[in-house]
Design a protein around this ligand. Structure first.
Ligand SMILES: NC(=O)c1ccc[n+]([C@@H]2O[C@H](COP(=O)([O-])OP(=O)(O)OC[C@H]3O[C@@H](n4cnc5c(N)ncnc54)[C@H](O)[C@@H]3O)[C@@H](O)[C@H]2O)c1
Ligand SMILES: [Zn+2]
Length: 380
């Protein structure tokens, strides 16, 4: 017998940004409400869905049906999946196709996909007609807990990742947790690194909850523990919403969201942004290194750093340099990449370090030579 999947009561998290405030709607089956929610937000608006081929094959039909049910005129723009799509040429293509579909100031762009679609479609919306509303419908775990919230949009340049972009807050985020059922396991696990990040950076009780409940978060679905995934995503969104509402433009506290990302970006770049190391995997390894480095600096007890690492390793994420498939980039290469990523001022680097689980802080006087010695120890 096949049970009819019914939408559970969604959890709504508000991002408090004054006249740019918006709701994140979190729950299983939320995609079905896309049309009625857009209609309530903007009467008479048309919509253009921007998606990648992989996501479109699985979820575009349902998104279009939800819009049609609310009598919303829709167009779909489908581009290839993958990081290479965050490019000038794809941006141009998406912009031209949005204009060709007669998307006007009162209409909405719907970004249906992972962080790549959210960043690309969000940026196109930011610059077309001096700003169109974008509704984010994140379909990867990473996008549901991180990239769809907070308004950072953009594309990559040959000079580096995310170097061309704009802050453009969405008008609404619909995080339908059922969409994650089609996400490859490895992508889900990589996104989980960002989930754990919220606990590790500022919420020790949430981290302890994850240690107990991560299997239910991974399982999702309708059975026992079925609301664990929604709970985890809601906690992350509440955490990010709070940080973004206090520091929208990253002049202070928002930098804490970069826990694990300085080491992580260097490792990702050192692996050529290939599928040898996904972003979330690099972040997991980067967080393990940030905890290890904090322990080396005697900021945190070694056992506490090991507890953080052990959880990440326990869910199957890489936590040692040696875990990188095909070999890790060398220390010199990593140090060069770290120096490119973060400006080195008189031999000092800025890092997010920890005084405990849930106690991250910005350290802007870290000795580059100390980082180098620490990294060199990791290859033994
Ligand atoms: N704007 C921000 O604040 C922010 C924050 C973090 C990351 N990002 C950006 O996000 C991007 C990474 O996001 P991502 O990990 O979601 O990558 P992604 O968008 O490339 O998605 C990962 C892969 O999963 C597939 N996929 C997505 N949802 C699926 C589903 N439901 N079923 C089956 N397959 C699905 C995609 O087609 C893709 O192949 C990077 O470009 C990064 O720079 C942005
Ligand atoms: Zn990240």
């Amino acid at each position: 017998m096949t049970a009819v999947q019914r939408a559970s009561e969604p959890v709504i998290v508000n991002v408090g940004l004054g006249e740019r405030a918006y709701d994140i709607v979190i729950g299983r089956g939320g995609l079905a409400s896309l049309g009625s929610r857009i209609a309530a937000l903007k009467k008479g608006a048309s919509a253009a869905i921007v998606s990648d081929e992989t996501v479109a094959a699985r979820h575009l039909g349902a998104a279009e049906a939800a819009l049609r049910a609310a009598s919303i005129r829709t167009t779909a723009i489908v581009v290839p999946p993958g990081e290479a799509t965050k490019s000038w040429s794809r941006l141009e293509e998406v912009c031209d196709r949005l204009l060709g579909a007669r998307i006007e100031r009162n209409d909405v762009v719907v970004a249906l996909g992972g962080g790549v679609m959210g960043d690309l479609a969000g940026f196109a919306a930011a610059i077309l007609r001096r700003g169109l509303d974008v509704v984010q419908v994140p379909t990867s775990l990473l996008a549901q807990v991180d990239s769809s919230v907070g308004g950072k949009t953009g594309i990559n340049s040959p000079h580096g990742k995310n170097l061309v972009g704009a802050f453009h807050q969405p008008a609404m985020v619909i995080a339908d947790t059922a969409l994650l059922d089609t996400l490859p396991k490895r992508e889900f696990r990589a996104g989980y690194a960002e989930v754990a990040k919220y606990g590790l950076l500022g919420d020790a009780a949430f981290f302890a909850w994850l240690e107990q409940n991560w299997q239910d978060v991974f399982a999702g679905g309708q059975g026992a523990g079925s609301s664990a995934r929604e709970h985890a995503i809601a906690v992350c969104c509440r955490g990010k919403a709070g940080i973004v509402s206090r520091d929208e433009r990253e002049t202070g506290e928002r930098a804490l969201l970069n826990l694990g990302h300085t080491f992580g970006h260097a490792l990702e770049a050192g692996c050529g942004f290939s599928d040898r190391l996904l972003h979330g995997e690099a972040v997991a390894l980067g967080m393990a290194l940030a905890f290890g480095f904090s322990a080396r600096k005697k900021l945190i007890a070694p056992a506490e750093a090991e507890r953080a690492r052990a959880h990440l390793a326990g869910v199957g994420l890489p936590t040692h340099i040696k875990d990188i498939a095909g070999g890790a980039p060398g220390v010199d290469e990593l140090m060069d990449l770290i120096a490119q990523d973060k400006k080195v001022k008189r031999g000092k680097l800025t890092f997010i370090l920890v005084r405990g689980i849930g106690q991250a802080f910005v350290a802007n006087d870290v000795d580059a030579s100390e980082v180098r010695s620490f990294l060199a120890e990791q290859y033994r």
